[in-house]
Write a protein that binds this ligand. Structure first.
Ligand SMILES: Nc1ncnc2c1ncn2[C@@H]1O[C@H](COP(=O)(O)OP(=O)(O)O)[C@@H](O)[C@H]1O
Ligand SMILES: [Mg+2]
Length: 420
C-alpha cells in the first residue's frame, strides 16, 4: 500500500484524487494545499518545495503534481535528488510549457507541425515585421502567464497593440521579455493528452474544452468553462496522425536531445483541413479536460503513474475507457474571469446522485459549510450512454447546486453534437 501526495488545489487535482482513491494499492491520499472537496488537506503551498519534500518523506508518499508552476520550478528534480517517487516531468522537460519560445524552436528543428513564427524582444522591429505580413497573427509572451499571455489578433493594429502590451507595458512581467509572433490558424481546436515514461506515450481519451466565458464561445478567455470526452472532432485516423506525427515524435525527439519526458503531455491542437497543428504544449493534465477523462478511465491510474516514473509503460496494457461519454460543466462565480464575490455558501450537494461527480476547485470548508473561494468553483461531471445523454445528466445535476452568484455556460458539449 502506498500513500499519495497530490500537489495543487483545483478541479483537476480533486478528479485525480477521486480516481486514485479507487486503487487497491492506495492507502491515504493527502492534498497540498487542496480545496473544500479534497481529502486530508495539508497547508503547504505548491511553491514551498522544501516543505513538500519534508512532508512526502515523513509520510512515505508517492507524489503527483497537478499544476505547471511547481514543475517549471523543478519540483521533480528536487524530489528525485531526495530519492522520492514523483509523477511528472523534470524542469528541463517542462520547458515545453514554461517557455513557448523553447517549445516553438524545438518543434521547428524536429519538424513537428506548428504555425510559422518569429521571435522578438524589440517592439519596433516586431511591429515592422507585422506590417510586412499578409496574414493575421497571434502574439504570445514567452513565459508562464496563467493563460493570459496570448493575444489572438484580427488586424495589424491589434497586433501592434498586443506587442506594446507585452514588450513595453510589461503586463506579464518578465514572462513577456520576449514574444512569439506566429501565423493565426483558423480551424477547430481540440486537446490531445498522452501519458509518457520518456520512451513511449499512451494516448488518453480525447476531449474538447470550452475556453470562453459565454455561450457560443463569446466573451473573454477563461481557464476553461467545461469539457467533454470523447470528442468526434478527432476521429480514428486523425488520432493516429496526432499520435504519430506529434506525440511520439515529441517524446522521441526529447529523448534524442537528452531529456526524458515523463508525465502527461498535452498538445493543444488546431485542426485545419484535417491537418493538425500544435498551438502549444502543456506538461500536465488540462483542467477541466481532466475531469471527464478521469471519469471514463477503466483502469488503475496509480499503476500507470508508477509505470511512468519507473520507465515501464511499454509493458502496460493499453488503457481501456468506459464507452460512455462524459461532460464536465464548470460552475463559476458571476463576474469571473474579472472580479467576483467569494465566501458564499453553496448548497445542494446532498441531492446529487452517486453516479455524478462534483469536483471542487475554488471552494473551502469552514465550520462544516462549503463556501465559494475562487472564480471557477465546481466541476460537475456526469456520464451518459451518448454525448446527448451525458449533457442532460450533467445539467440535471447542475440545477441542484446553488449559491447566490453561481454562473455556468448552458451549452457545454453542444460543439460535439453539432459536429455530426
Ligand atoms: N496560432 C494560433 N492560431 C489561432 N489561434 C491560436 C493560435 N495560438 C493560440 N491560439 C488561441 O489562443 C488560445 C491560447 O493559446 P495557447 O497557445 O494555448 O496559450 P495559453 O494556453 O498558454 O494561453 C488557444 O487556446 C487558441 O484558441
Ligand atoms: Mg492553451
Amino acid at each position: 500500500m502506498v500513500n499519495i501526495l497530490i500537489i495543487g488545489s483545483g478541479g483537476r487535482e480533486h478528479a485525480l484524487s477521486w480516481k486514485l482513491s479507487q486503487s487497491e494499492k492506495v492507502e491515504t491520499i493527502f492534498t497540498a494545499p487542496g480545496n473544500g472537496g479534497t481529502p486530508n488537506n495539508v497547508p503547504i503551498n505548491v511553491d514551498d518545495l522544501d516543505g513538500l519534500v519534508d512532508f512526502a518523506k515523513k509520510n512515505n508518499c508517492f507524489t503527483v503534481v497537478g499544476p505547471e508552476a511547481p514543475l517549471a520550478a523543478g519540483i521533480v528534480n528536487k524530489f528525485n535528488d531526495h530519492n522520492l517517487k514523483i509523477f511528472g516531468p523534470t524542469q528541463q522537460a517542462a520547458q515545453l510549457e514554461s517557455s513557448k519560445i523553447w517549445a516553438k524552436n524545438f518543434m521547428k528543428r524536429n519538424n513537428i507541425p506548428t504555425s510559422r513564427f518569429e521571435i522578438f524582444d524589440d517592439a519596433k522591429k516586431a511591429q515592422k515585421y507585422v506590417e510586412s505580413l499578409d496574414y493575421n497573427v497571434v502574439v504570445k509572451a514567452d513565459g508562464l502567464a496563467a493563460g493570459k499571455g496570448v493575444i489572438v489578433c484580427s488586424s495589424d493594429d491589434e497586433a501592434k497593440s498586443a506587442i506594446e502590451t507585452i514588450l513595453i507595458k510589461k503586463t506579464f512581467g518578465d514572462a513577456g521579455n520576449r514574444i512569439i509572433i506566429e501565423e493565426r490558424i483558423d480551424g477547430i481546436e481540440a486537446s490531445y493528452i498522452a501519458l509518457s515514461d520518456g520512451d513511449v506515450a499512451l494516448p488518453m481519451a480525447t476531449s474538447q474544452d470550452h475556453k470562453r466565458i459565454f455561450d457560443g464561445d463569446k466573451g473573454p478567455n477563461t481557464g476553461g468553462m467545461g469539457a467533454y470526452s470523447t470528442t468526434p472532432i478527432i476521429d480514428d485516423s486523425l488520432a493516429k496522425k496526432i499520435q504519430e506525427e506529434i506525440i511520439d515524435k515529441t517524446i522521441h525527439a526529447m529523448k534524442n536531445e537528452g531529456i526524458l519526458f515523463k508525465g502527461f503531455l498535452y498538445a493543444g491542437i488546431m485542426i485545419r483541413d484535417n491537418e493538425p497543428f500544435v498551438l502549444e504544449y502543456n506538461v500536465r493534465m488540462g483542467d477541466p479536460e481532466c475531469q471527464p477523462i478521469t471519469m471514463r478511465m477503466d483502469f488503475d491510474l496509480y499503476d500507470y503513474f508508477e509505470a511512468s516514473v519507473g520507465g515501464k509503460l511499454s509493458s502496460m496494457p493499453t488503457p481501456t475507457w468506459k464507452k460512455q461519454s462524459a461532460v464536465c460543466v464548470v460552475l463559476a462565480s458571476k463576474g469571473y474571469p474579472e472580479s467576483y464575490p467569494s465566501n458564499e455558501e453553496i448548497s445542494g450537494f446532498d441531492s446529487i446522485s452517486n453516479d455524478v461527480c462534483v469536483f471542487h476547485a475554488g471552494t473551502k470548508k469552514t465550520d462544516g459549510k462549503i463556501l465559494s473561494n475562487g472564480g471557477r468553483v465546481l466541476g460537475v461531471t456526469a456520464l451518459g450512454a451518448s454525448l446527448e445523454d451525458a449533457i442532460s445528466n450533467v445539467y440535471a445535476a447542475v440545477e441542484k447546486i446553488s449559491w447566490p452568484h453561481k454562473y455556468c455556460r448552458q451549452d457545454i458539449g453542444q460543439k460535439g453534437l453539432s459536429y455530426f
